[in-house]
Design a protein around this ligand. Sequence first.
Ligand code: NAD
Ligand code: TDX
Length: 338
Amino acid sequence: MKLLITGGLGFIGTNFIRHWFSVHPSDSIINLDKITYAANPKNLIEFEGKNNYRFVKGDILDTDLVDPLVSQVDVIVHFAAESHVDRSIDDPLLFVRTNVLGTYTLLNAAHKYQKRFHHVSTDEVFGSIPFDSDEQFNELTPYDPSSPYSASKAASDHFVRSFHKTFGLPITISNCSNNYGPYQHPEKMIPRTITNLLAGEKIKVYGQGDNFRDWLHVKDHCRAIETIILHGKIGETYCIGGLKKGTANIDLVKNILSLMGKDESFIEYVPDRPAHDNYAVNWNKIHQELGWEPQYTLDTGLRQTIDWYQKHQDWYQDSKKEAEIFYQKLADYKNIHK
Ligand code: NAD
Ligand code: TDX
């Protein structure tokens, strides 16, 4: 099979390409990535020069670049996005551009050449689960996005479905919960926490830390996407989530502190994120229809992730500096608007 991966130098794209080559070594991959602040060009360096891997630096909005790439492959797996909720508070238009117009540009190309299109989306499109509720999102949950990020992902999901209904494009969509694991940018909660602690710094907990998430190890997400590409039903959506539902941020942080041998004096409570959601996902459909289930427990996954960041401190130093400059700017914004 020949695959076009968009955003393959980001967190999940990098893990996906590594996973795909480990299971399908004779397949070919073209990786199209703009190399934004979120990418690390060194992530897949060992594949460069191999005859079944090609990296193309470019923008998913560039039709002249995208069309010929799409024409050469069997399937497009679309990861490229602006992915950070906090940055969508700072620059919503960038999220409309990349996540909505970028997806539309790829859909147009896929339609032109009638290619299979898998869209990697998020559980954030469904909005927020109330506190003290054991509700879980599923494929029938109505869309109710809260942030410019989730609104842009929701819009992209609607465009993907519309190309299936209107033009018969062979699509699938996955809506996954929070991922963590190697190669995640240190702006995100788990790597930010680990890398702060490795530097002997305090960790930042938004609000009181009672918002909850459904954490999934990135390798489990990659296996789920692989399963959908190989066995998913055209036109369908699959929700993907972890084994443990509703982990409050404060409990997650305490777990990481304990695994890293630190005490709770390292916790610093900071002003909350506006429109701060809660998430939990019911993944019965992909389990029952396609046989997928997570393999990592949160405990095993966190241990492996902490170990990876400990061993890859050079990998994140520059991006961490940039992330903390961004957070200072966001703190100033929150102070002005409080
Ligand atoms: P990321 O921010 O780590 O990586 C995004 C990648 O896309 C980067 O390599 C970046 O350079 C590239 N990119 C951005 N704009 C581009 C453009 N215009 N043209 C080409 N490339 C561009 O993101 P991630 O965490 O790996 O997320 C990947 C996808 O998975 C996103 O669509 C995201 O919405 C979705 N998702 C993420 C999570 C999560 O927890 N991280 C969970 C569910 C779904
Ligand atoms: O320093 C922090 N302190 C803190 O308390 C950061 C960075 C985050 N948080 C909280 C906010 C969230 O409740 O931790 C939780 C996780 O935050 P993020 O890592 O920013 O992830 P989230 O906003 O939940 O979104 C992630 O999961 C769904 C990805 O970034 C999205 O791309 C994906 O769609």
